[in-house]
Each structure stands twice: as structure tokens, then as C-alpha cells.
Design a protein around this ligand. Structure first.
Ligand SMILES: Nc1ncnc2c1ncn2[C@@H]1O[C@H](COP(=O)(O)OS(=O)(=O)O)[C@@H](OP(=O)(O)O)[C@H]1O
Length: 401
């Protein structure tokens, strides 16, 4: 049985596909128009019934190209040979965490720091680079693979799991190079990276790259063969998670229900609110496809990363051309946390769950608002499935509730 998030999960007849592509192309155009202020900034009623909008007459985005059948993933056929081939130790990683990193040793309750919660400073970056997982040899290299999003998708869980691989070295903090720190230059970026041996992959994660307009071009100009990983999650749940994070820092903000609408009586969703906008994955992906072929982007299901972390990690390792070393043996389900955690490493340190800013309890949201948001996202989700060739089954997931 192929997993719900797996490639080729949706078979759509060509004629329907074309029809779907056309209507979704129009609705994406309308969305761009709306965001640019065509109907008031970010105000959207329903993308599908606005195809007669003047903006729909011109389609700025080469969607046909994006919707072509996807080629075979480049990474699958070119497995890397790193030091792990020679010394593949089963069990938990030889990697250790930097002081102050956000993964906590569960029983000790040690201080955690979530880089997403606060801006990363230069000082933190240089500390992070030197001490994450790196012995004091090798070279600092620019990353060959990036986790580019999405915010609240499960990016931290994915990074920590892939860091368990001996052929991967990653920065613990988020460098935000391609959005906030680009003017500092590539040498600054390289200096943020841990040292690696020949054959090891350097990685970082900064979830805001996925929604940064300039990021694809910038990454492409650094290295056009950079492998990109996007962890996606049901956009409605993602929006609530995003809101929950903001609420934890600013308890005085209005309710989710208030922020979600431009005009609640008219049912106008406020797509200019970042919590909503980030979840329009098709819109952002279109930007990446101007620079990178689909075969260079791996989409990981945030939902499956929780229910089957080893399954998703197999796909990630294949994509990166790595031997499958991170397997089910590395995970256990922690009942208290309610999430999978990394098993006790062989060096005797404690098992590792993500910190308390991951897996927060979400506030209860008015079911009508949730319903309205589902309707809002549905056409964009369908478009995203078409573009990626993967059905993430968010609609099915919702109808089961
Ligand atoms: N193993 C494990 N442990 C804890 N949490 C997990 C795990 N796997 C995925 N998740 C989900 O990750 C969500 C946070 O996503 P990110 O790490 O991308 O957030 S951030 O953008 O870096 O702030 C977080 O969202 P919330 O549940 O809304 O807090 C989790 O649902």
C-alpha cells in the first residue's frame, strides 16, 4: 500500500487535469491580484467563483510548466557515499547537541531554546556552527540541502531526525541567510556552517525561506543543484499552530476568529494575514518552480512525520542520496509528549523529545470558522497536489473528523 503522502497517490484523468489546471491557474491569478490590492489588500471571498475578475485575463505564472508530469527524483538514483558507508554504526547518532539548543533531555527539563521563537543573533550563529555536531576537523562548506519550510510544518522534528545520520551535519539555529542576512554575503553564511568531512552533507533549516520571494533566486545563484525539502501540513492546522505560537508570546492579540477575516459577515478571509497566507502552498511553490525542477524538491508530510517518522525519513534519506540509517529503531512514541521522540543514544544521554514549544495545545476555534477556512484552502490544496504529484489528503483527513 502506498502511503497517503507518497508520490503518485492521486490518479487524475488528463482531461480533468487540464480543466482543473485552467481553473486553478485562474484562481491563483486572482489571488495574486487580490494580494496586490485588486479587491482590497488580501481580501478573498472564494477563489473559484471569481474567475471573471479582470485579473483572470492575464496569467503571470507559467502554471502549465509547473503542472507537467514530474520527472524521477534526481536524488534517488545518486546515493552518496559518505563516511557512514565505512563506519555505519547502528543505533543513535554520534552527533551531540550544541549548548542551548532547543532539543531537551526529557527528564532533566534542561533549558530549551527555540530558534524560531526569537531572532538568531550573529553570536548564536557562530556558537551554533562551531559546536553543533562537529568534530574539530573537516571544512566549513555551503549547504547542499536546505529545509526551506513551512513554518509550523514539523521542520524542527525533521532536522533533528536527519541530524541523527552520520553523513549529515546541520546548524542547530536558523541562519535566515536568504531572507534576513543575505547582505552579509556567502562567506558569512559559510562560517555559520559546521565543519564536514568529504562526503558529508551540510544542512540548515529556515522555514521562512518558502514564503520569501527572493529566496529561490538567491539559492539558485549559490548552487543550482541545492536540494530543497519542504515539510507541509494541513494549512488550517498550520494556521492555528502559527497563531498559537504568536499567542504564547503576545497573549493580548485578538482571537483567531477575528484575525482570520477581513469581513466575517461576508465571509471574506484575510489572506494578507501571514498565518493564512503561508498555507497557500501552491502560490509559493510556483515561485520556486521558476528556478528549480520539481525533482529537486522533496515534500514531506508533516502529518506522516508524526505517525510514521521512520517512513518519512526513508524518503528524505533517499532524496539526499544517503544510506537509510535513520530507521524505526531511532524513534519511540512518548505518551506524555504525545509525539515521537528520538531514542536514547548509545552514549548514555537521555532520550530526546522536542521542547515544549513543539506540540503546544491549540486554542479551541469556532467550527464554522474552521469550515470556512477549509473551503478557502481546498482549491489551493488541490492545485498543490497537482503541482507536486502528491495527494496529502487534507480534505479526507478533515471529513473523517
Ligand atoms: N516529534 C515531534 N515532536 C514535537 N512536535 C512535532 C514532532 N513532529 C512534528 N511536530 C510538529 O512540529 C510542529 C512545529 O513545527 P516546526 O518545527 O516547523 O515549527 S517552527 O516553524 O520551527 O516554529 C508542532 O506544531 P504544534 O503541535 O502546533 O506545536 C508539532 O505538531
Amino acid at each position: 500500500m502506498s502511503p497517503p503522502g507518497g508520490r503518485g497517490g492521486s490518479k487524475v484523468p488528463p482531461a480533468r487535469k487540464l480543466l482543473c489546471m485552467c481553473s486553478l491557474s485562474l484562481c491563483l491569478t486572482y489571488l495574486c491580484y487580490s494580494l496586490m490590492g485588486g479587491t482590497g489588500p488580501g481580501a478573498l471571498r472564494s477563489p473559484l467563483n471569481l474567475q471573471s475578475s479582470p485579473a483572470a485575463l492575464r496569467s503571470p505564472l507559467p502554471l502549465q510548466e509547473a503542472l507537467l508530469p514530474s520527472p524521477t527524483r534526481a536524488g534517488n538514483s545518486s546515493r552518496r557515499r559518505g563516511p557512514a558507508e565505512l563506519a555505519a554504526a547502528p543505533g543513535w547518532p554520534r552527533t551531540s547537541l550544541a549548548p542551548g539548543e532547543m532539543i531537551t533531555a526529557a527528564p532533566s527539563g534542561a533549558a530549551e531554546r527555540d530558534p524560531q521563537e526569537s531572532s538568531t543573533t550573529d553570536e548564536e550563529l557562530s556558537r551554533g556552527a562551531g559546536s553543533t555536531t562537529t568534530p574539530d576537523y573537516g571544512e566549513q562548506r555551503l549547504p547542499q540541502a536546505l529545509i526551506i519550510g513551512v513554518k509550523k510544518g514539523g521542520t524542527r522534528a525533521l532536522l533533528e531526525a536527519i541530524r541523527a545520520h552520520p553523513d549529515v551535519r546541520a546548524v542547530g539555529v536558523e541562519p535566515h541567510f536568504f531572507d534576513r542576512n543575505y547582505e552579509k554575503g556567502l562567506e558569512w553564511y559559510r562560517n555559520v556552517m559546521p565543519k564536514t568531512l568529504e562526503g558529508q552533507i551540510t544542512m540548515e533549516k529556515t522555514p521562512s525561506y518558502f514564503v520569501t520571494n527572493e529566496a529561490p533566486k538567491r539559492i539558485h545563484s549559490m548552487a543550482k543543484d541545492t536540494k530543497l525539502i519542504v515539510v507541509v501540513r494541513n494549512p488550517v492546522t498550520r494556521a492555528i499552530s502559527d497563531y498559537t505560537q504568536t499567542l504564547s508570546k503576545k497573549p493580548e492579540i485578538p482571537t483567531f476568529e477575528v484575525l482570520a477575516f477581513k469581513n466575517r459577515t461576508l465571509g471574506l478571509i484575510d489572506a494578507s494575514w501571514s498565518a493564512i497566507r503561508i498555507g497557500i502552498y501552491a502560490l509559493h511553490l510556483e515561485n520556486w518552480l521558476q528556478y528549480f525542477p520539481l525533482s529537486q524538491i522533496l515534500f514531506v508530510s508533516g502529518e506522516r512525520l508524526i505517525i510514521d517518522p521512520a517512513g518519512e525519513m526513508a524518503k528524505v534519506q533517499d532524496f539526499l542520496g544517503l544510506k537509510r540509517i535513520v530507521t524505526e529503531k531511532h524513534f519511540y512514541f512518548n505518551q506524555t509528549k504525545g509525539f515521537p521522540c528520538l531514542k536514547k543514544p548509545e552514549d548514555g544521554s537521555a532520550p530526546r523529545c522536542l521542547g515544549k514549544s513543539k506540540g503546544r495545545t491549540h486554542p479551541k476555534i469556532d467550527p464554522d470558522v474552521i469550515q470556512r477556512l477549509r473551503k478557502f484552502y481546498k482549491p489551493f490544496n488541490v492545485m498543490f497536489y497537482q503541482m507536486t504529484g502528491q495527494d496529502f489528503q487534507w480534505e479526507q483527513e478533515e471529513s473523517n473528523k
